[in-house]
Design a binder for this molecule. Structure first.
Ligand code: 4NP
Length: 155
């Protein structure tokens, strides 16, 4: 595959998918993997906003950068432009597959399918406490490692 393009998707694009974007950018860089990375939300409520301050604080403590990230909704072109579209939970997955053309649905995957956890959804941390953001980071770090191994095998 030429430079792969990976899109992380959650509901608001302010908590989970920006965290996945930041973690994956860091890990892909460290692995020397040339990949285009972005994130988006199935909903546009938070369009233009910075990632949630709790997500930024938790991620920054582990050394991840959220520089340049602002929330945006998923666009129709995304389904054509990206090679992999990774949903944080089953609700995001259903919404993405509903919107995609039949020829594009194969690009859409549950992100945690790349991880080793028995949990298959990244839980929405928006209405919970800071501990939720740490759990989100743990799941995302693990799945990013698996995603990198998968992409390295395609090189
Ligand atoms: P995210 O979290 O999908 O991980 O960005 C949420 C952000 C905002 C809302 C829900 C989830 N909200 O209801 O505004």
């Amino acid at each position: 595959m030429s430079k792969p393009k990976v899109l992380f998707v959650c509901l608001g694009n302010i908590c989970r998918s920006p965290t996945a974007e930041a973690v994956f950018r860091h890990k892909a860089n460290a692995a020397g993997l040339d990949v285009y990375i972005d994130s988006a939300g199935t909903d546009g409520w938070h369009k233009g906003e910075l990632p949630d301050v709790r997500a930024r604080e938790a991620g920054s403590r582990r050394g991840y950068s959220f520089a340049g990230q602002t929330a945006r909704p998923v666009a129709d072109e995304d389904f054509e432009d990206f090679d992999l579209i990774l949903a944080m939970d089953r609700r995001n997955y259903s919404e993405l597959t509903r919107r995609a053309l039949e020829t594009q649905t194969g690009k859409i995957r549950l992100f945690l399918d790349f991880g080793t956890s028995s949990e298959k959804e990244v839980p929405d941390p928006y209405y919970g406490g800071q501990g939720g953001f740490e759990h989100v980071l743990n799941l995302i770090e693990d799945a990013c490692d698996g995603l990198i191994a998968t992409l390295e095998n395609l090189k």
